[in-house]
Design a protein around this ligand. Structure first.
Ligand code: PRP
Length: 213
């Protein structure tokens, strides 16, 4: 008998794109399309249950094995890390991490320690460590563009998608830090225990992704 798998989807934009992809691959995702306040959904035509969660929690659930699979952005993977297999780049949710500063300011033109604000302190630390540069990192929870405007920081490391938020706040990207897109992750034990089920799911998704490129 085939085992029912459980997948954690990142709520919001990645959730909608995941549902589109899974439906194109033949999975009826009607329960996830109109979820109400429910957080777990059973798909009617495929042995898969869908859990809706915040991005870092997707990784937590997959790492602990309470979800076999997960869809989460590379941004969260880079920031949080963890032990799991990252098996597929799903191609949507594309954006980048960039270092941005006030338009016209020269971030590197000083010997003083630079202050960098970010929602992603680990990504920021790794980026500047890679340059052998010591910076003070200030953790901000959202709207990080405010930090240089208010002179809390000399720059920010943040997600840039269209660039509109930077532009409308008088900031400009000066360096790319990393490329980001949605990834499919798999719990390491599930990969062995439910190899057939996971292979079937992956091949359906891969076939659909292949058809798009
Ligand atoms: C993200 C990111 C930028 C913005 C970039 O913020 O932190 O602020 O989107 O998108 P753009 O380049 O298309 O303008 P989000 O909407 O997640 O809100 P937050 O800043 O409050 O976290």
């Amino acid at each position: 008998m085939s085992e029912r798998l459980r997948i954690a989807l990142t709520k919001g934009r990645l959730q909608d794109k995941s549902v589109e992809l899974f439906e194109a691959a033949g999975l009826d995702c009607a329960p996830v399309r109109s979820p109400g306040r429910r957080l777990i959904h059973t798909l009617p035509n495929y042995p898969l249950d869908v859990v809706l969660a915040k991005a870092p929690d997707v990784i937590t659930y997959v790492e602990h094995g309470v979800c076999d699979l997960g869809v989460v952005g590379k941004d969260t993977i880079l920031e949080k890390g963890g032990a799991f297999y990252e098996v597929l780049d799903l191609g949507f949710g594309r954006c980048r991490f960039a270092l941005a500063v006030k338009k016209g300011s020269d971030f590197y033109d000083t010997y003083k320690t630079r202050r960098v604000a970010s929602k992603y302190p680990n990504v920021t630390r790794a980026f500047f460590e890679g340059k052998g540069m010591d910076v003070d990192i200030i953790k901000i929870e959202g709207s990080v563009e405010l930090a240089p405007i208010l002179d809390l920081a000399d720059g920010i490391v943040d997600i840039v998608e269209t660039g509109a938020t930077l532009r409308e706040n008088g900031l400009e990207p000066i360096e790319d830090v990393a490329q980001v897109s949605a990834r499919l992750i798999v719990n390491t034990a599930s990969m062995k225990l439910y190899r057939n089920e996971i292979t079937d799911f992956l091949s359906r998704v891969e076939r659909e992704l292949g058809g798009k490129t």
